[in-house]
Structure formats: C-alpha cells, structure tokens
Design a protein. Structure first.
Length: 107
C-alpha cells in the first residue's frame, strides 16, 4: 500500500494514503487484496499497467525497507503507529484521547 502512495500520479501521495487508510478494512482483510487495491488505484488515476509497474518497482521497495530499518534501529519503532511526544515513545493502538492526554500533560 505504501508503494502505491509513492507512485500516485498528480502529486497524489497524501490523497492516496487517505484512501488506503479509509478503505483498509476492505483490502487488508481480503484473501487477495490486489483486485481491491487496483480498484482504489484506478480511482486515483492509475492504469493497470502503472499499478503493476509500481508494485514491482524494486527501488521503491528498497527505499521503504530502508526507512523501516532506520525507524527500527535508530528510533526503536516496532509497532504502527508509533509517536514520540516530548521524547516519550507511544506505540500500538493509540486513541485520540490518549494522544491528547499525553500532549496536554506537556502544557
């Protein structure tokens, strides 16, 4: 999914991220997420060819894996989401109220 956001046409990275998160239940729990992701990608302006080219782009995959490795090794990120608020690590299933309380404690 992150690869599709990086390939999104017309500077569509953030809109594609929004759609992927919004539709996550549909594609992440599917036995075969490719058709579901292709449908979402087409709505974002991908052709089937550009969709397939994106998912097989080794450089994009290598870049994503490098960022993931850096996060794990340098910052100790081992769950998504992970936030650092004033140097304190918060990870896993974070609610809005939990994040809000952590920020409010700083004020």
């Amino acid at each position: 999914a992150a690869m599709l956001a990086r390939c999104a046409p017309n500077e569509g990275y953030f809109p594609m991220i929004d759609v992927l998160f919004d539709q996550q239940e549909k594609w992440s729990r599917s036995q075969n997420p490719v058709p579901v992701l292709l449908k979402l990608a087409r709505q974002a302006g991908f052709s089937e060819e550009s969709f397939n080219a994106c998912l097989t782009n080794q450089k994009i995959l290598d870049d994503i894996l490098a960022v993931r490795k850096q996060g794990a090794e340098k910052f100790g990120v081992n769950a998504t989401p992970t936030l650092y608020i004033n140097g304190v690590k918060y990870s896993g299933d974070l609610s809005f109220d939990g994040v809000s309380k952590a920020i409010d404690a700083l004020l």
